[in-house]
Structure formats: C-alpha cells, structure tokens
Design a protein around this ligand. Sequence first.
Ligand code: PLP
Length: 393
Amino acid sequence: MTQGRPLLNRRLTEFGTTIFAEMSALAVRTGSINLGQGFPDTDGPEEIREAAVRALRAGHGNQYPPGPGVPELRSAVAEHQRRRYGLEYDPDAEVLVTTGATEAIAASLLALLEPGDEVIALEPYYDSYAACIAMAGGTRVPVTLRPHEGAYRLDLDELRAAVTPRTRLILLNTPHNPTGTVLTRDELAAVAALACERDLLVVTDEVYEHLVFEGEHIPLASFPGMRERTVTISSAGKTFSFTGWKVGWITASPELVTAVRSAKQFLTYVSGGPLQYAVAEALRLPDSFFDALRTDLRAKRDLLGAGLAEAGFEVYEPAGTYFVTTDIRPLGDEKDGLAFCRALPERCGVVAVPNAVFYDHREQGAPFVRFAFCKRTEVLTEAVTRLKSLRAA
Ligand SMILES: Cc1ncc(COP(=O)(O)O)c(C=O)c1O
C-alpha cells in the first residue's frame, strides 16, 4: 500500500493468482499427478524440435524478427488456412504472429474495445478472457453453456438475448475449454447470422482446432459475412505439443490485423524468433500428423473418461480439446468443486481444476471439475487407479 491505496488497480483486483499456478504448486508440493493444467507430458515431434535448434544455430530469428512475424511463418499460416479450410489470407496483410494465443487475445481486446463496451463470452471461459476484458475496460457478459444430454451446449436464444446496443464483440471459443464442446455448423451459422445482423465483431479462439474427436472444427470466419468481422486466433502450443514455445497467430482482414498489431507491438513487439521458423515447418506437416494426434488423444480421452466414470464421477464426454469435465455429486456428499480440488491431492495424489473459477455465475459451475488427458497412457492409468481409491476411502 502507498498513499493508503492498494497497489493493484480496481480493474484487476478480482484476478488473484490463476488457479493453474495454485494447483500446479499443489501438485509439486504433494508429488501428485497433475491433470490440472493443459500441457502434454511429452514434447512434440523431434523433427520440429530439431528445426528450432537449426534455426537457433543458423542465427535465424536470434535478433528481433519483423514485428508481424517472420515471413516464413506468416506464409505457413496462410497455407494452413487454405489447405485445411479453404480460407484465403494474404500472409503480408492478413496474418500477425503473436506470443501465444494469450497475447493474441489480449492484443485483440485492447485494440478493439472502448471502455464500457460489452463483450459476450461463453461461460465457463478460459481465465484470461475475463482479465483481458477488464484490462481493456470492457464489460463481460457471460452466456452460460449448460450440460444437456451428456454434453455442454450453447443456448442460441440466450446468446441472442445477451446482445445490447453496447455489445462490441463476441469472444468465441471452439473447441471449447473447459467443456470440450465443439460448436456445430448450425450453431456457428446462428452466431454468424447474429454477428452480421447486429454488426458485431467476433474474436474466435480456435487453439484446439486440431483436437476434435467427434464432428469437425469449422472456422467461424468461413461463414458468409464473417471474414471481414472475425479475428481468428490459434497457436502452436496445443497442436504441436510445445506449449512452452508461446508462438500464436491471428488471421483477419487487413483493417483488423492493423488494429490488433497496434496493440501487440507495445505488448511484446516480437518474440520466439527461432521458434517461429520451426512452427512454420510444423504447420506444413502432412495430414497424417494431425490425424495421428487426434487418434492418440481420442484414446486418452476414452481411457480417462471411462476411468472417471468407474471411479464414480459423472462424465461429460468432450468432442474436442485436452479436457474432460465431470460432476462430482455422484461421489457422495461432494458438491463444492473448489474444496474437492484443494483436498484431492492429499486424498489420492491427483490434481484437477474446479470449473467454478471459469464462471461469473460461480454457483453454476460449483460441482464440476476438469481433468486434462494430454498425458502419457501410463500416467493416466495410474491416475485412474488413484481416483478409484476415492470410493474405497
Ligand atoms: C482456450 C485457450 N485459449 C488460449 C490458450 C493459451 O494459448 P497459448 O499457450 O498459445 O498462449 C489456452 C491454453 O490453455 C486455452 O485453453
């Protein structure tokens, strides 16, 4: 405190330490299996790691790379969007490389919002959304995804009702963390129609675009009228299992890229120079790489999901992402996910994350707990054994 004033400004006081830091520290202290934070416990392809080493040794990107990102990566992003989705982006004017998706989210919101603008976000939401909306002086308006017949779904009427004259943008996330929901073509078409009708921008976080086990990922930008009003965000971390590299990107119209770049240049200016060359190679991996990734993760999802069900949790089977959401109420007296997660490491040596922290309406998320399955099979098998001991205890 100085001058009798708290140091942290009012915009950020509600955001203490992220739950991931708290739970990961708990995992280390108790020697637990960490199924809290979404990072794989093995590195991505050796050839991509070697590409990064080669770039470092060759001096590619060791000094400030160009502000919008190295041309090789911008071209690879544009090629990827064309190859996977038939979307055409000019690598020079319509692609911007960022420090992970996290910076892309921050820069987009800082660039596009005026103080007081409303932002609709799907609740439960990835925790940086609320903090970035707050930093930009915006007001978040959550639209809650609710469990329905074994999966979480978006209520389109609720979404529509959330739009007001002050709404500036919709912050979408599909495939969705933490619920694993993949928005369907019909749902996306409805979001697109609403954005066009009410003249809204959309920032869409598609970092799990390649981790879809049921259905397909369809970029919102591919719907009629959306290309010019959508900032599409993705990143290398999840797709290539290098979450520590923090190389992300946006694709959008030249006007939107210019706006987002104006904010981004004063956040980090640039980062990950040599890694950008490696990610360019990664994006050009053949389809078989992406297929194998999906097959591997689907098996892990099934292993952990079945184990959690046997352990007594109600399981919402995710169609995508790294995560499975469970309801702890069938376990017995449990109904407070936060208390459950804080006690779980001591009880059985496993760390999970309470979904309540991803809600404004915390009561809506109270009994739900998220587990990550992007771990080695033997780690998941051991976690399941430990979780089953909850019943016996
Ligand atoms: C929905 C979502 N967006 C963004 C990120 C962050 O991505 P990056 O590590 O590329 O900054 C994550 C990471 O967990 C995420 O789940």
